[in-house]
Design a protein around this ligand. Structure first.
Ligand code: FAD
Ligand code: NAD
Length: 475
């Protein structure tokens, strides 16, 4: 192992590993240092996303959705099943296998690209030097022309309900339950609360989600949020808004959660409690005191639009810097920095980062919400197309939700697209491309969409913005 590199990346999650691969593709010598250890102590690249986030959660969402549909929807198709049982151990084993394949894949990608993988802890020293502590505790110094900090994030803890790893757990704990909790409490009706709440609800838990805010999905378009809340409540996800948790006490095998809402104080008894109130940037022992790299008041590493820290040759990307904590945002920043280091043009268009919530129905959006457009004062028009009017959605027996497209009244530019319905996370890609190209609603109206596909709903929503929808009544 060399001691000197063109680029050292600290962190091998969705921000760090793509940065390392792209830097190597650009002909640079690269090492990627990562300290992640799985529960059995084995090291793995891929960070939160592959090991304890995006991938295992989607594996369980898929399995639990199939289980749920087999129970409650297959009969409508004329498929009758009896004696259906859940083998949670097998479901969890499948999930673990998918995670392992994904993380092993990074080792293969590193090998093919010529990236040096290093398991251990990296700490930035002044002068673009990095102190490496290997798992056996040995320390060495490495140096680089450029250092990319990609240390990610960690779950935020609630002081009144601290994690104990058994009854009060974070999202990683909630992905690894070995039995379906009879009663599951979740604090936070954000993305994790809804996705993991859905998994365990579908597998049989009674799920109560306590959300501090009065508004549901406050960051989303509120027409979409309202529709989502209606569906989740129908699925018997018991979402309680305006609920401020004052404490959680474990007594035997029961967690007693106290909270107050507009009606007063309440106690909730559950078997497991998941705290999912957001994540914090993770920079523990990452920076020696005199590196010059600054953190902001919330603990994020300070960077400019192109992820420069202000210290020559030191960059920071992903969850440890400002912006949405999303794997695709992290990846784009990592790749941008690797290209900038190589002297290539690169940028991230922060206005076109899509958000997806992998519930059923799925939720996805890009661009501005109607509330944001209204607040901007720019005159706008809205086209909404319900999936009920989509032949494909009806054939799939998944005709819930809608596509909503917002465009400027003056020049017809598409400002935002909001989807709740089947495959929303896939459908949003077309809207992202439209925003990337500053497309107008007319551009989408003139684009041919195959029939019968779900994508026709986006086409029709664009037509509806000018009251020219064919397959639904224009309002
Ligand atoms: P991380 O993935 O956290 O990786 C950072 C890596 O750096 C880790 O391996 C860590 O061990 C290592 N590290 C930290 N400090 C050091 C150090 N000093 N030395 C060596 N190594 C270090 N996002 C999506 O876009 N879609 C999803 O569907 C999605 N689902 C999620 C589900 C869950 C349950 C969770 C928790 C998150 C989910 N996310 C999702 C968010 C996504 O996981 C993060 O945005 C993404 O992982 C951020 O990537 P990152 O590389 O910045 O950080
Ligand atoms: P989040 O920010 O999405 O939601 C946290 C929720 O908890 C918010 O609604 C907030 O109002 C609420 N909350 C905060 N403090 C509370 C309190 N004391 N009591 C009750 N409610 C409280 O955060 P998350 O769900 O923990 O997810 C963390 C990050 O991981 C997010 O940034 C998200 O982008 C990312 N993630 C993304 C995906 C995806 O892209 N599908 C999936 C999972 C996680």
């Amino acid at each position: 192992m060399a001691d000197s590199y063109d680029v050292i990346v600290i962190g091998g999650g969705p921000a760090g590993y793509p940065a390392a691969i792209r830097a190597a593709q650009n002909g640079l010598s690269v090492a990627c240092i990562d300290e992640w250890k799985n529960r059995d102590g084995t090291p793995a690249f891929g960070g939160t996303c592959l090991n304890a986030g995006c991938i295992p959660s989607k594996a369980l969402l898929e399995s639990s959705e199939l289980f749920h549909r087999l129970h409650s929807e297959f009969a409508v198709h004329g498929i009758k099943a009896s004696g259906v049982t859940l083998d949670l151990a097998a479901m969890q084993k499948r999930k673990a296998g998918i995670v392992k394949k994904s993380t092993d894949g990074i080792n293969a990608l590193f090998k093919a690209a010529g990236v040096t993988p290093i398991h251990g802890h990296g700490r930035l020293l002044p002068g673009r030097r990095v102190e490496l502590t290997t798992p056996d505790g040995a320390k060495r110094e490495l140096s680089a022309k450029n250092v990319i900090l990609a240390s990610g994030s960690a779950p935020a803890e609630l002081r009144s309900a601290p994690f104990d790893g058994k009854h009060i757990v974070d999202s990683w704990g909630a992905l690894d339950f070995d039995a379906v909790p009879k009663r599951l409490g979740v604090i936070g009706a954000g993305v994790i609360g809804l996705e993991l709440g859905s998994v365990w609800r579908r597998l049989g838990s009674q799920v109560v989600i306590l959300e501090a805010l009065d508004d549901f999905l406050a960051m989303a378009d509120q027409q979409l949020a309202k529709e989502a809340l209606r569906h989740f409540r129908k699925q018997e996800l018991d979402i309680r808004l305006g609920a401020r948790v004052s404490g959680a006490v474990v007594s035997g095998d029961v967690v007693k959660v106290t909270y107050t809402d507009a009606k007063g104080e309440h106690t909730l008894e559950v078997d497991k409690l998941v705290v999912a109130i957001g994540r914090r940037p993770y920079t523990k022992d990452l920076l020696a005191p005199d590196t010059g790299v600054q953190l902001d008041e919330r603990g994020f590493i300070q960077v400019d639009e192109q992820c420069r820290t202000g210290v020559d040759g030191v960059w920071a990307v992903g969850d440890c810097v400002r912006g949405p904590m999303l794997a695709h945002k992290a990846k784009e920043e990592g790749v941008m920095v690797a290209d900038l280091i190589a002297g290539r043009f690169a940028e991230v268009n922060y206005k076109t980062i899509p958000s997806v919530i992998y519930t059923a129905p799925e939720i996805a959006w890009v661009g501005l919400t109607e509330e944001q457009v209204k607040a901007s004062g720019r005159p706008y028009k809205v086209g909404v197309f319900p999936f009920l009017a989509s032949g494909r959605a009806r054939a799939m027996e998944q005709a819930q939700g809608f596509v909503k497209l917002i465009a400027a009244q003056d020049d017809d530019e598409i400002l935002g697209v909001h989807i709740i319905g089947p495959m929303a996370g896939e459908l949003i890609a077309e809207a992202v491309l439209a925003l990337e190209y500053s497309a107008s609603s007319e551009d989408l109206q003139r684009t041919i969409h195959a029939h019968p596909t779900l994508s026709e709903a986006l086409h029709e929503a664009a037509l509806a913005a000018d009251k020219r929808a064919i397959d639904s009544i224009n309002r």
